[in-house]
Write a protein that binds this ligand. Structure first.
Ligand code: URA
Length: 234
């Protein structure tokens, strides 16, 4: 196992025992090279696909719901426009609203750690949210806001054509899959994105993990299952 991966697993609260004679335990992901210590992964240009860029422009001036009145800017998403992995969260928070990029706060740091733990970098995946605008005071998205924003996420999925979706948190999972099942019951199952065969795996939100670090082990199980699913379908 690469030192960086080990370090991130530790951050995730996962103890890994590597004996002197133990062969390397690299998480083997087809088509994905794990990151080695000190290696810089060049950030992917945001949306090299012109259609995704056009959608970003459309979203940037959206006034479909009242959240446009309170946002600093829209938060479209970040990462590889041809990503195999699409990570979907809830909505921008204060820092994301300020920087225009999803998951840049403390929860974002932990999300990065979760990705690295399974051999993925933030730049390899695409990260987006159910809502593209920050709800004031980080309240839960309202149903009309989710409906107003849903076509943007749908178009992102159509353009990026990911092979797998990882939904982080209850709001992302329930809205994406159009169910009201408690998140604890959604973990450990393989869903598909409505009207498609695109697998959707569900795990806890990193912000929840910051409040409940004991749950990190469950997230590690979820991430391993997601990786196993990815291997099976590719
Ligand atoms: N939480 C989310 O769900 N999304 C973000 O972009 C930031 C925090």
């Amino acid at each position: 196992m690469e030192p960086t991966q080990l370090q991130y697993l530790k951050e995730m609260g996962i103890d890994v025992w590597v004996g002197r004679d133990t062969p390397p335990l690299n998480v083997d992901v087809p088509g994905v090279e794990s990151i080695t210590e000190g290696e810089q992964v060049a950030p992917m240009p945001i949306a090299s696909s012109s259609e995704l860029e056009a959608l970003r422009q459309t979203v940037s001036v959206c006034k479909k719901c009242s959240l446009h009145e309170t946002r600093t800017q829209t938060v479209f998403g970040v990462g590889n426009p041809n990503a195999d992995w699409l990570v979907i969260g809830e909505a921008p928070g204060a820092e994301e609203d300020r920087q225009g990029e999803p998951f840049v706060g403390r929860a974002g740091q932990l999300l990065n750690a979760m990705l690295v733990a399974i051999g993925l970098s933030r730049e390899q995946v695409f990260i987006a949210n159910i809502l593209k605008c920050r709800p004031p005071n980080n309240r839960d998205p309202k149903p009309d806001e989710v409906v107003a924003c849903s076509s943007y996420l749908k178009q992102q999925i159509e353009l990026i054509q990911p092979k797998i979706i990882l939904a982080v948190g209850r709001i992302a999972a329930q809205n994406l899959l159009r169910v009201d099942t408690p998140i604890g019951k959604m973990r450990g199952k393989r869903y598909t994105y409505p009207d498609s065969e695109l697998p959707v795996l569900v795990t806890y939100h990193p912000a929840y993990l910051l409040r409940s670090p004991r749950e990190k082990r469950k997230v590690w199980e979820d991430l391993k299952m997601a990786m196993q699913t990815f291997k099976e379908i590719t």
